[in-house]
Design a protein around this ligand. Structure first.
Ligand SMILES: Cc1cc2nc3c(=O)[nH]c(=O)nc-3n(C[C@H](O)[C@H](O)[C@H](O)COP(=O)(O)OP(=O)(O)OC[C@H]3O[C@@H](n4cnc5c(N)ncnc54)[C@H](O)[C@@H]3O)c2cc1C
Ligand SMILES: *[C@@H]1O[C@H](CO)[C@@H](O)[C@H](O)[C@H]1NC(C)=O
Ligand SMILES: *[C@@H]1O[C@H](CO)[C@@H](O)[C@H](O)[C@H]1NC(C)=O
Ligand SMILES: *[C@@H]1O[C@H](CO)[C@@H](O)[C@H](O)[C@H]1NC(C)=O
Ligand SMILES: *[C@@H]1O[C@H](CO)[C@@H](O)[C@H](O)[C@H]1NC(C)=O
Ligand SMILES: *[C@@H]1O[C@H](CO)[C@@H](O)[C@H](O)[C@H]1NC(C)=O
Ligand SMILES: *[C@@H]1O[C@H](CO)[C@@H](O)[C@H](O)[C@H]1NC(C)=O
Ligand SMILES: *[C@@H]1O[C@H](CO)[C@@H](O)[C@H](O)[C@H]1NC(C)=O
Length: 605
């Protein structure tokens, strides 16, 4: 170990004795120095960043600094209690408060774009759905990059390494609700089935028996073959959210003397850019300051081995461009000197648009029985507090369904099938027993509801992340380009029809009373306008620093996640997924982070 490393270790021991949070620091002055082997900048301790920090520090000879702009997750009830899922959304200290640019295909609407500003990143404030995507999704990543290491078969062990399968909070018999053969109990992220049964859930399953051809039951959507309707699995353990912060920064890991996490540390750019022996660009470290205090001192953390960016699909391209890595003309226009002309940074981003539909139901056993009743709400809170059981252990979603358009759908005359393969869905239906948490019921509605979210999961639309100015503290411009392709509009329309057809199964006869918006009263043009007016984001943005084959004419990182043309700089987060998977994106982010950690270890032993 180098002298510097030794000094760092000694100082760390000292810091451990004095800091209440082990090696999670609130102030830069408390850090044991600013020289580390790996600086996971920014990663902020997000979903991927904390996986990498954990795995690298398994080796006590390696020291790691994580710089997270956000706040601590410790004791944040709105993050811990699954039922409070919406309480953390913007504007809020737990969120970056971003919005999209006016969306041309959504009648110019500007919509919120949520990003976690808390240790654990989005995993500490997302909806906790645990979906792995299809085998095809991963096999396409392997084909696009020429690296079989990203194929389903090779990635599958990383799902098992990440996952800790956990019994549901109500301890119910889960046989017939999942396939144990595709799960593991030895990982870190807790995953479980719903732990509180609302009146909706058994009816969804009954409907799959009544309409098995169009809506088949799928025992386990996380087998790599997701098509059909199955029970939702969530990153929840024993009634509490499992985030990358609770799992990968559990006390036994925080205790490691070589792992340092600084909160409120806003990274502004990579610094010390120079040309290495073979002309490759290299950086010495990252510049950061206290988050939310633009006049605070600017500090530099130096990385002896590598810098890893894990700032997420918005933060990572933002940092790259602020550091002079991006499209030369765009950087020049903002007065940022270009260190590396890499035009794909921030382009080609993809996301899943979603429209929610609600129906009044003939049941009092819905989320509204808790959200609209102060007494029931306090009882549920007290029950969760006492035993981590009761209505607060979930947020009311019970099943998901994954579907393809009809083979002969007219849209295929105009578009090639954008799905990754024949086992990959075009759209998703998500079933919820009401309207979760603080989200207000539709205007003028009271009573009990059910909701079906319809999302396009093989979108053709693409968008961009660009800079709004040369000031790294200014928010970037987020343009997901929702519905800019007619394919996506067509698919969402078909998804809405499919949801309506599902509700014609006999089981719904005494249950579904009336829709809150009657789609059948719309002309086709009005229906299209309704979709444009009500499309929301799933926050599944991917691809802003996309992976491509070595030597490809586009892309930002090579298949080993190294930034093309730069030495000692990797990106490990959802930005590298070249195309959004046909699934909620956290499981994919976790496995990319797990394999990314192995790639890092392999190059430093
Ligand atoms: C509201 C919401 C709901 C979602 N629901 C689901 C779901 O149910 N299931 C699912 O699978 N996926 C869901 N997702 C998506 C999923 O959570 C994300 O795709 C995934 O967590 C992204 O991980 P990441 O590591 O790429 O980024 P993040 O987790 O966002 O991590 C990035 C981190 O970097 C920090 N950071 C950024 N810039 C800087 C900077 N300059 N300096 C220092 N730190 C910085 C951020 O504060 C953050 O902690 C949801 C996302 C959101 C926002
Ligand atoms: C988001 O807005 C809230 C309320 O205005 C504010 O308190 C919070 O600091 C903002 N978050 C960030 C990251 O700036
Ligand atoms: C509200 O909840 C309490 C406690 O569960 C219950 O006794 C009461 O009947 C509920 N009120 C209404 C209007 O449903
Ligand atoms: C939760 O339990 C603690 C004691 O364990 C108590 O102080 C607190 O008031 C309880 N909160 C609620 C909402 O029941
Ligand atoms: C597609 O085929 C089905 C029968 O398999 C038929 O009912 C439907 O009308 C066809 N749709 C189109 C757009 O041709
Ligand atoms: C509501 O459900 C009950 C059975 O639980 C049934 O008797 C009644 O007819 C239903 N009401 C409507 C309007 O469907
Ligand atoms: C869509 O929104 C516009 C206003 O932006 C409104 O004029 C129109 O009636 C809305 N249409 C539907 C079907 O919601
Ligand atoms: C976007 O990604 C696709 C592969 O998914 C690639 O073929 C295309 O060249 C990329 N475009 C840009 C501008 O990077």
């Amino acid at each position: 170990m180098r002298v510097q490393g030794l000094r760092t270790t000694l100082l760390t021991l000292l810091a451990l004795l004095t800091s209440a949070f082990g090696s999670i620091y609130e102030h830069a002055a408390d850090l044991p120095g600013l020289q580390y082997d790996f600086v996971i900048s920014i990663c902020a301790g997000g979903t991927a960043g904390l996986v990498v920090a954990n795995r690298l520090t398994e080796n006590p000879a390696v020291n790691v600094l994580v710089l997270e702009a956000g706040v601590s997750n410790q004791g944040v009830l709105d993050s811990n209690i699954p039922f409070f899922v919406n309480n953390l959304l913007a504007p809020n200290i737990y969120d970056w408060n971003y919005t999209t640019t006016p969306q041309s295909a959504l009648n110019g609407r500007v919509i919120p774009y949520y990003r976690g500003h808390i240790l654990g990143g989005c995993s500490a404030h997302n909806d906790m759905f645990y979906t792995r995507g299809s085998m095809d999704d991963f096999n396409r990543y392997a084909a696009l990059t020429g690296d079989p290491g990203w194929s389903w078969d090779e990635i599958f062990p990383y799902f098992l390494k990440n996952e800790k399968w956990t019994p549901p909070a109500d301890g119910h018999d889960t046989s017939g609700q999942f396939n144990p053969a595709v799960h593991s109990t030895y990982g870190l992220t807790e995953v479980s089935l719903p732990g509180f049964m609302w009146s909706l859930a058994p009816r969804v399953i009954q409907a799959t028996r009544e309409f098995p051809d169009e809506f088949p039951f799928n025992l386990d959507m996380n087998s790599g073959r997701p098509l059909g309707i199955g029970w939702l699995q969530s990153t929840i353990g024993h009634g509490v959210r499992s985030s990358s912060a609770t799992a990968y920064l559990a006390p036994e890991f925080v205790r490691r003397g070589n792992l340092h996490v600084l909160l409120h540390a806003r990274v502004t750019r990579l610094v010390g850019g120079r040309r290495a022996d073979h002309g490759e660009l290299m950086f010495g470290g990252v510049e950061f300051m206290r988050d939310g205090e633009p006049d605070s001192e600017i500090l530099v953390a130096k990385a002896g081995k590598e810098i890893i960016l894990s700032a997420g699909t918005v933060g990572t391209p933002h940092l790259l461009m602020n550091s002079g890595i991006g499209d030369k003309r765009a950087l020049q226009a903002l007065g940022i000197p270009t260190l590396l002309d890499l035009p794909s940074v921030g382009t080609n981003v993809s996301d899943h648009p979603v429209v929610g539909l609600s129906w009044m139901v003939n049941s009092t056993q819905t989320l509204e029985s808790v959200t609209q009743n102060v007494t029931a709400f306090s009882e549920a809170f007290a029950q969760w507090n006492r035993s981590h059981t009761g209505p607060f252990v979930d947020h009311g979603a019970s099943q998901l369904g994954w579907f393809r358009l009809d083979r002969n759908a007219s849209i295929f005359k105009e578009f090639r099938d954008p799905a990754a393969g024949p086992d990959t869905p075009h759209f998703e239906l998500g079933f919820s027993a009401g309207i979760p948490s603080i989200a207000a019921p539709p205007e003028g509605m009271s009573g009990h509801l059910m909701t079906i979210g319809v999302a396009v999961v093989s979108p053709v639309s693409r968008g961009t992340i660009t800079l709004s100015s040369g000031d790294p503290l200014d928010p970037p411009l987020i343009n997901p380009g929702y519905m800019t392709s007619d394919f996506d509009l067509y698919t969402l329309t078909e998804g809405l029809k499919r949801a309506q057809r599902f509700l014609t199964a006999p089981v719904w006869r005494d249950y579904v009373l009336a829709p809150t918006v009657d789609l059948n009263a719309f002309t086709p043009d009005e229906l299209q306008q309704f979709i444009r007016n009500s499309t929301a984001s799933t926050s599944h943005l991917a691809g802003s620093a996309g992976m491509s084959a070595r030597g490809a004419r586009y892309g930002v990182v090579d298949p080993d996640l190294r930034v093309k043309g730069v030495k000692g700089l990797r990106i490990i987060d959802a930005s590298v997924l070249p195309i959004v998977p046909s699934a909620h994106t956290q499981a994919t982010t976790y496995v990319f982070a797990e394999r990314g950690s192995d790639l890092l270890k392999a190059s430093w032993t």
